[in-house]
Design a protein around this ligand. Structure first.
Ligand SMILES: NC(=O)c1ccc[n+]([C@@H]2O[C@H](COP(=O)([O-])OP(=O)(O)OC[C@H]3O[C@@H](n4cnc5c(N)ncnc54)[C@H](O)[C@@H]3O)[C@@H](O)[C@H]2O)c1
Length: 440
């Protein structure tokens, strides 16, 4: 099949690459000329495990192409995926300017039937706006052409995006047009050969499903983070509580880790946007308002523990920070808790020696200006000359460090662990002052 993907970010690039891997001919369009140049030169503008090989293989096979040429991209695909960003507007609602610009570009140059697929996370009702934007452009040109708009939200996880796209738990398709449904079934059939996991529903329900999923996951995290604060007061260990409740199949183990707050390009903005949507229809979401407030507070918890130890004035103190990306296996710094932690430490005059296995370049772009912040080549190097260690992202390489070397490097032998990586009793035996989240 001929497919165009508009927007080659974390979602668009994975979508385009994985679709080409199944034999489709895919053109990926982006307006960011630097990104397209990098991709054409064989590089990747993002870090995503397993993606590079797929991109290289399919470019070499002539099934995957990158362009900034809108006309060429629109002419290519019968199916046009819109996978551009939907960042939060000032009032928290999703900013649809990129989605609608992409839709307009399709209307401006299309010459035959198109299925326009909203893959970006967009508020309920956006498909109607996309339809109107395409139609407006067709009317302006004075041409009559048929097209269908479909909602196909993406559920992939950064860091495991290729595996998630190749073997999706479900493919949600919101559509009314029968031709569009048939095409979407044909496109996704190779990804769900084992058994049908495509759920076809009305467009509004599909749009809503994506927000409901992220809201649920964010709620679980904030729920545990709030309980963790109580556990600390009660002398209970939230890690044991997590295992105690996760074993109940009605609850399950996923997304129950207490930590220093959720970040990333999705949960914070999607929770905000859903709260805004609900306000607009006069049905405020009190629970989600609390989820967001709890998360904002949680991003300050590590700093609070540091201030409890060292006081408000941190000048003369040096902190090693392990982990910058909002989660492991990605270089995505959007809304990463590390940004709050580093800004708060720097504001109090501390020196920070930060390390991340892949996100240092991305971090330099957003944190490069921070006074007192330097970047280390390794976790070990970050510890040298530091008073204490602050763990913000749970990369695998942090799970079993050389504790003796760590203890020898850290002046105060103190660890503030925002991801509960280590066993408090063991750390005590090893001579550390170890402070996790919610660990009694
Ligand atoms: N990142 C994730 O894990 C994830 C998961 C599921 C859903 N989503 C949703 O998918 C959407 C995209 O997210 P992302 O993380 O890939 O964003 P991103 O910012 O990484 O990429 C968006 C890309 O779109 C390009 N773009 C903007 N306007 C364009 C236009 N008119 N024509 C062509 N290109 C254009 C930008 O230059 C950018 O490269 C968002 O709505 C997001 O909420 C993201």
């Amino acid at each position: 099949m001929k497919v165009t993907v508009v927007g080659t970010g974390y979602v668009g690039l994975v979508t385009g690459a994985c679709l080409s891997e199944m034999g489709n001919h895919v053109v990926c369009l982006d307006l960011d000329a630097d990104k397209i140049r990098t991709l054409r030169a064989g590089g990747l503008p993002i870090y995503e495990p397993g993606l590079q090989e797929i991109v290289q293989r399919n470019v070499a096979a002539g099934r995957l192409e990158f362009t900034t040429d809108v006309e060429h991209a629109v002419a290519h695909g019968t199916i046009q995926f819109i996978a551009v960003g939907t960042p939060p507007d000032e009032d928290g609602s999703a900013d649809l300017q990129y989605v609608l610009a992409a839709a307009r570009n399709i209307g401006k140059t299309m010459t035959d039937f198109k299925v326009v697929v909203d893959k970006s996370t967009v508020p309920v009702g956006t498909a109607d706006k996309v339809k109107a934007a395409v139609q407006e452009e067709l009317d302006r040109r004075g041409v009559k052409l048929d097209f269908a708009v479909v909602s196909n939200p993406e559920f992939l996880k950064e860091g495991a995006a290729v595996a998630d796209f190749m073997r999706p738990d479900r493919v949600v398709v919101g559509a009314e047009d029968e031709r569009a449904i048939l095409l979407m079934r044909a496109l996704y059939a190779p990804f769900i050969r084992n058994h049908d996991r495509m759920m076809v529903m009305d467009i509004r329900s599909a749009e809503f499903t994506k927000y409901a999923a992220n809201a649920m996951l964010a709620t679980r995290i904030s729920f545990m983070n709030e309980l963790a604060l109580v556990a600390e007061k009660l002398g209970a260990d939230i890690e044991l509580v997590r295992q105690g409740i996760g074993s109940d199949p009605r609850i399950g183990y996923h997304f129950l880790y207490a930590g220093c707050g959720y970040g990333g390009s999705c949960f914070p903005k999607d929770v905000k946007a859903l709260i805004r949507t609900a306000e607009e229809v006069g049905q405020p979401l009190r629970l989600l308002e609390a989820v967001e407030a709890v998360n904002d507070r949680q991003k300050q918890v590590l700093v609070g523990k540091i201030v409890d130890c060292y006081g408000e004035n941190l000048s003369g103190k040096t902190f090693a920070v392990w982990g910058l990306a909002f989660k492991p296996n990605t270089d995505d710094m959007r809304e990463a808790p590390s940004r709050v932690v580093i800004a708060e430490l720097a504001r109090r005059g501390a020196k920070i020696q930060a390390y991340d296995p892949v996100a240092v370049d991305a971090a330099k772009r957003v944190l490069g200006h921070v006074q007192g912040l330097s970047f280390a080549e390794s976790g070990r190097a970050a510890l040298e000359g530091a008073d204490a260690l602050v763990i913000v992202t749970e990369w695998k390489e942090f799970r079993t460090p050389d504790f003796e070397a760590m203890r020898d490097s850290l002046r105060d032998k103190r660890i503030f662990d925002g991801r509960n990586l280590y066993e408090p009793k063991l750390m005590k035996t090893l001579g550390f002052d170890y402070r996790g989240i919610g660990r009694g």
